[in-house]
Design a binder for this molecule. Structure first.
Ligand SMILES: NC(=O)c1ccc[n+]([C@@H]2O[C@H](COP(=O)([O-])OP(=O)(O)OC[C@H]3O[C@@H](n4cnc5c(N)ncnc54)[C@H](O)[C@@H]3O)[C@@H](O)[C@H]2O)c1
Ligand SMILES: O=c1ccn([C@@H]2O[C@H](COP(=O)(O)OP(=O)(O)O[C@H]3O[C@H](CO)[C@@H](O)[C@H](O)[C@H]3O)[C@@H](O)[C@H]2O)c(=O)[nH]1
Length: 309
């Protein structure tokens, strides 16, 4: 059976590809390598260096391989870039998603599994923590707006054409292969800087709260969604909040870093607090996080240590 993974050279997508191949599926990866890396690619996957926005190419790929499942992870994944370049963000995150949805209908895809965001969709005025899916989304960044739009398009395609889908709204994902040189991904950034003995910057007062979920747990949610959770939206987080100051301390201990953090002005558009309630995923997907933050950070540091050797 063929499965299409968009963004399969990226951080989370490449781990999804590895697991699918381990389970014996034929995997086709479409990735334009805008943030993904060739080194992340599984050798047993068939790779197209193409943009999901290219309708003609997507037509060719779908008609040739007839994927039964689509895991859609390709995205302009930076909140900060989306704020600076909303049109560029929408081209990939809305138009690119629509191209895939049209082809999925045309070629009878069994199920479309979409990587959305729990961190950037609920907005600033949330009253309930951990936040459940019943909270009405109020995204405050173009990235969040695009993800929410795609969720609504999925609902439309399901109603109009009978498409089966699952939306996974991730909390802050961390783990091996996360890019430490981008603007996002605080765990990778801190780890790399600490291991190199460089300055670590904390934006604002460091009391910004996030829900950090390990990449292997996120991969498991994706695979469970193949069989369960049809036409539903799920938060994929841990229900536990950690401040940036706490994260700094934990990583400092694991890496043996000996400097204090350097505090910088707060980052524009940063949500103050985000923690996701995963009760629904537990009930309907049979999913819960298995890797604790302490354990996940150790695994991540180990990985970055090896890449620096
Ligand atoms: N990392 C997180 O904390 C997090 C949280 C919530 C949601 N997500 C979502 O999960 C997905 C994967 O994120 P990630 O952290 O692995 O980021 P990533 O940047 O490592 O992966 C995205 C991949 O998409 C590819 N891509 C970008 N534009 C493309 C295009 N037009 N055509 C084809 N490929 C394109 C990139 O090259 C990259 O390989 C994204 O959809 C992201 O929005 C991530
Ligand atoms: O060098 C750094 C980098 C980050 N931070 C802070 O760390 C926190 C987390 O930042 P980051 O890792 O960049 O994640 P978010 O901005 O929360 O966004 C991520 O998490 C969202 C889900 O919560 C996803 O939707 C996005 O794609 C993903 O980039 C924020 O308070 C940042 O200000 C620092 O203090 N110093």
């Amino acid at each position: 059976m063929n499965i299409l993974v968009t963004g399969g050279a990226g951080f989370i997508g490449s781990h999804v590809v590895d697991k699918l191949i381990e389970n014996g599926y034929g995997v086709i990866v479409v990735d334009n390598l805008s943030s993904g890396k060739v080194e992340n690619l599984n050798r047993n996957a068939l790779f197209y260096e193409q943009s999901i926005e290219d309708e003609e190419m997507m037509e060719r790929i779908f008609s040739l391989h007839r994927p039964e499942y689509v895991f859609h992870l390709a995205a302009q994944a930076s909140v900060a870039i989306s704020v600076r370049e909303p049109a560029r963000d929408a081209k990939t995150n809305i138009i690119g998603s629509l191209v895939l949805l049209e082809k999925s209908i045309k070629y009878g895809v069994k199920k479309f599994i979409f990587s959305s965001t729990g961190g950037a969709i609920y907005g600033e005025n949330v009253k309930v923590f951990p936040t459940p899916e019943t909270e009405i989304p109020h995204p405050i960044s173009p990235y969040g707006i695009a993800k929410y739009s795609t969720e609504m398009y999925l609902e439309f395609f399901a109603r109009e054409y009978g498409l089966k889908y699952t939306v996974l709204r991730y909390a802050n994902v961390y783990g091996p292969r996360q890019d430490p040189y981008g603007e996002a991904g605080v765990v990778a950034i801190f780890t790399e800087r600490m291991l190199r003995g460089e300055e670590v910057h904390i934006f604002g007062d460091g009391e910004y709260v996030r829900d950090y979920v390990y990449v292997d747990d996120v991969v498991r949610a994706n695979l469970l969604a193949m069989e369960k959770g049809d036409n539903e939206v799920f938060n994929i987080g841990t229900g536990r909040g950690t401040t940036v100051n706490q994260l700094f301390k934990l990583l400092k201990e694991i890496t043996g870093y000996d400097k204090e953090p350097v505090y910088k002005p707060p980052r524009k558009g940063d949500v103050r607090k985000s923690i996701l309630d995963y009760t629904k995923a537990k009930e309907k997907l049979g999913w819960e996080p298995k890797v604790s933050l302490e354990e996940g950070l150790k695994l991540t540091v180990e990985y970055f240590r090896k890449t620096l050797e």
